[in-house]
Structures are given as C-alpha cells and as structure tokens.
Design a protein around this ligand. Structure first.
Ligand code: ATP
Length: 312
C-alpha cells in the first residue's frame, strides 16, 4: 500500500446542537478534528496508509484524539505527548446555509514542543508522499523550520510534496502567511488551493505566472459547488461538482485533497483524480462534522457511480 505522511495539530471539536450564532447554542457534541488529521483519515479510509506527525497534550482530550486516530488506523508512532500544554479545542458555528465559522482555543499549542530536533531523520523512509498544510505553518512560529526539515528529507528521497495553504486568517495575518508560504512553494509538486484563497495569496498574479515562478507541477483550484480545475504547465482540466445539498462544508477541502492525492499515487490521470476528489468533497459537505463524512473507497465509488449501491 502507498503511504503518506503529514504533520499538524489535532483538536477536540465542539459541534453545535443547532444552527445560528454560538452565543445562542446551549449544547455541543464532542468530536475530533484538525485539517491534517482529517486529511490523514481521508487517505486511510481510501485504503492508503497515513503517518500523522504531531504533538498533543498528555491529558484526557489528548488521549481521546490519540485513541481516535489509532481507531481510524492511522500510524501514530510519531505523535508526541506533552504534560505542559493542554490539547487544543475549538467550537464550531454553523449557519443556516451550511457555512461554518470556527472559534479556536489553541494558543499555546502542544506543537510548541515539537521542535525540529525532535523530528526523526528516518520518519519519511517508508513514505510515498509528504502533505503539508498551511494550518500547521500558522500555529507556531518554529513550524516553518520543522516543515522545511521534512521537505528537505522528502526531497533527498525524491518523495513528492503536496501543499494546501488552508489559509486561516484567525491564526495569522495575510502578510505573515504569504512570507512563510513563499518558502514552501518552490519545493512542492501539487498546490491544492481554494479559488478565493489563491486570489488572496497571490493578489492578481495569474496561475501561469505562479506555476512558472515556483515550478509547481500541478495547481489544483477548488471551487466549492463549481467543482475544480487543474492547471499543469501546458494544460487545463475542468470538472463540475456533484450536485448535492450542502449541510456543512467544513472539511470538504481536506476530503478533496485526500482523494486527489490518493488517486495521484494510484497513477490515475488528472480527469479521474478530479472526479474522485470532487466526489469526496461533495460527500463530506452532505454530512455534519469535519471528518465523519470522509468516504471509504467503496462509498466513494458508489457515490460517483462506479459501483452499484445495494441497500437490501
Ligand atoms: P475548506 O477549507 O473549508 O474545507 P476549500 O475552500 O478548501 O474548503 P471547497 O472548494 O469549499 O474547498 O470544497 C472542496 C471541494 O468539495 C470542491 O472543489 C467540490 O468538489 C466539493 N464541494 C464543496 N462544496 C460543495 C457543494 N456545495 N456542492 C458540491 N460539491 C462541493
């Protein structure tokens, strides 16, 4: 089986029992989330292996996250635990149209303890792709050093690198994000970005210009209910989204990334990768929760019409 590695924070998520502003929500349902962990769950459900590199609190919520990740079959052998910093949490607000807002309690983050010297040189030895997300880069200042170490290890082994800017302006400013991302772009093979996010990050620069400046093999632009487009140096591939009723779109981007990377490592062509990725994104948007809706390979194939669904 192919194997991916990713690094990042995970949090206990509190999902609201009803829609509307948080101050009017009387109760919450506890779940587990975090962009990178969601991505790892996404590829694991698609029958690939995922190694999740992280540091969580050595507390009740940390135990919950650890057990949850293990339960999903994720390799947690590179997850550290610290007694000094509590595990991060966040509360979600969901509006009537399914759009979400997040309120984080993640500063300081346990990732403060995951310094560059604690990254094992052999961590990528058995890995086929390294996935970095901008959320990770936003959480602690030293995370860029850690990410660059992983990138260097990946490049030494010719392992492709995917990057999702996952811009979170609640965690840092656009200027800080741009400056840090600049250090990452020249090393990546796949850039998985949202359309608005691309415009915010590159301020009017064209896709072609960005692609040529940093020599990025594929720029994949996620466009919500409009589907997605992939740009290579010479071609452009568009694919419409699946028609669904969105309930909670948080996590659709992570699901898209997981399915795209899965299909990429599987050797599928770009059109097929887009079909699977749009399918995974759409499925997650129809289910409340950040990773609950991440499909198994069979569920995904049934949804996109490759396999027949037998209900009885
Ligand atoms: P996030 O970071 O909030 O998860 P994103 O901006 O990275 O989001 P989106 O473009 O919102 O990603 O969604 C990713 C993919 O999921 C889309 O490209 C599309 O394939 C699918 N998707 C999202 N919303 C819808 C929708 N309303 N209908 C159909 N497909 C959707």
């Amino acid at each position: 089986n192919k194997r991916i590695a990713t690094i990042g924070d995970a949090m206990v998520v509190f999902n609201p029992s009803k829609t509307g502003p948080l101050r009017f929500v009387p109760s919450f349902e506890r779940a587990v989330g975090g962009a990178e962990l969601n991505f790892a769950i996404g590829v694991t459900r698609l029958d690939m292996e995922a190694k999740w590199i992280s540091c969580i609190g050595d507390d009740e919520f940390g135990k919950l996250i650890y057990n949850f990740a293990r339960g999903e079959g994720i390799d947690v052998s590179h997850v550290l635990r610290t007694p000094h910093i509590p595990t991060s949490i966040y509360f979600k607000e969901i509006r009537e149209d399914g759009a979400g807002k997040s309120f984080y309690y993640r500063n300081p983050s346990p990732l403060l303890e995951l310094t560059e010297d604690r990254i094992d040189e052999s961590v990528l030895d058995d890995v086929d792709l390294l996935h970095i997300s901008g959320v990770y880069l936003a959480v602690c200042e030293h995370n860029i050093e850690v990410a660059l170490k992983l990138i260097t290890l990946a490049q030494a082994k010719n392992i492709p690198i995917s990057f999702d800017p996952n811009l979170r302006l609640k965690l840092w400013t656009i200027e800080d994000a741009r400056a840090v991302y600049e250090k990452v772009y020249p090393s990546i093979n796949l850039l998985l970005t949202g359309q608005d996010e691309f415009e915010l990050l590159f301020e009017g620069r064209t896709i072609k210009d960005v692609q040529e400046s940093y020599k990025i093999d594929e720029i994949i632009v996620k466009k919500g209910e409009q589907g997605a487009t992939v740009y290579t140096a010479t071609e452009q591939y568009d694919r419409e989204a699946f028609s669904i009723r969105a309930i909670d779109t948080v996590g659709a981007g992570d699901a898209f990334d997981a399915a795209y990377v899965y299909s990429y490592l599987n050797g599928d062509d770009i059109v097929e990768r887009l079909r699977l990725a749009n399918g995974a994104g759409a499925l997650v948007a129809t289910i409340k929760g950040d990773n609950e809706g991440l499909p198994s390979l069979q569920e995904l194939r049934q949804f996109i019409g490759d396999e027949k669904l037998i209900e009885r």
